[in-house]
Design a binder for this molecule. Structure first.
Ligand code: BV8
Length: 236
């Protein structure tokens, strides 16, 4: 059976769970331990930048030892198969880790930003950064100190590359949602956009998400266990 003409995949924190990076809304999730308003909003950062820098510094450090699993590798194989047949493929992730890239995925759209990038609020430069940052660190681009922030999309801020994502959704034939609770917009609305485009919609998750009823097909279980078989059946 030929591969679908155009695939869009959306991933969330669930696909990084088995690599040891925390999810947000599961039991013991990040937002059950840390106040979202103080850590993932521009207001929270303005109130206490050191607290927010510390939170993201900890998560950036975790990246150094986190490794992708068979689920990430299956997604990278699917991209290779699609591109070998000239099919369109777009991987959009809500995650700010680099596990998809470590597994071989390319052109990954990080709609909520990346832990390994920082942004200067004085000169607006966005730069690769793998170490801790703090208020005292001068911007490598404009040398101003006190203006660096994580290049992360917080609540109330516009996610990145939305035009590119909407264009891909408007003509996709298969939309696959993996490891996300469907609690955060606009990502949680992508399945509806794909449906309007006439796409087949699939949810692969540990358990039904908040918009599970919208999907035409679903399979539940840990991503490292269910993704490889699901992708092999699609590619075969
Ligand atoms: C915006 C920062 C507009 C990075 C994040 C009322 C109604 C609707 C919307 C809103 C509303 N009030 C406010 C809003 C908008 C708001 C929103 O959606 N709020 C929600 C809470 C109601 N959205 C925004 O503010 C967005 N911006 O709307 O801008 C705008 C318009 C014009 C001009 C300017 C602005 C910005 C949203 C981005 C916020 N940043 N994070 C970081 O620190 O990581 S969001 C945060 O949630 C994370 O980034 C995360 O990626 C994201 C989504 O969570 P999930 O990835 O789904 O993770 P979660 O823990 O929830 O779920 C894990 C899932 O995995 C579970 O289903 C679980 O079953 C599954 N799982 C677990 N283990 C496994 C597994 N699956 C498979 N295998 C496993 N092993």
């Amino acid at each position: 059976m030929p591969l679908p003409s155009s695939i869009v995949i959306l991933t969330g924190a669930g696909i990084s769970a088995e690599s040891g990076l925390g999810t947000f809304r599961d039991k013991d999730g990040i937002w059950t331990k840390y106040p979202l308003e103080d850590l993932a909003t521009p207001e929270g950062f303005a109130r206490n930048p050191d607290f927010v820098h510390g939170f993201y510094n900890d998560r950036r450090r975790q990246l150094k030892t986190a490794r992708p699993h068979a689920g990430h590798e299956a997604i990278a194989r699917l991209q290779t198969a699609c591109e070998a047949e000239g099919r369109e493929f777009l991987l959009v992730t809500q995650n700010v880790d680099n596990l998809h890239e470590q597994a071989g995925s390319t052109n990954v759209v990080h709609m909520h930003g990346e832990l390994t990038q920082i942004r200067c609020m004085a000169c607006h430069a966005v730069m690769e950064w793998h170490e801790d940052i703090g208020r005292e660190v001068p911007c490598p681009s404009c040398s101003e100190a006190g203006y660096l922030r994580p290049h992360i999309v917080w609540f109330g801020e516009m996610p990145l590359e939305m035009d590119r994502i909407s264009l891909a959704l408007s003509h996709c034939s298969l939309f696959i949602s993996i490891g996300t609770s469907g609690a955060v917009y606009p990502a949680a609305g992508f399945v509806q956009e794909a449906l309007y485009a006439g796409a087949k919609t699939v949810e692969l998750n540990l358990e039904p998400s908040e918009n599970a009823h919208v999907f035409s097909e679903s399979q539940y279980g840990p991503a490292s266990e269910i993704l490889p078989g699901w992708v092999e059946r699609l590619i075969a």
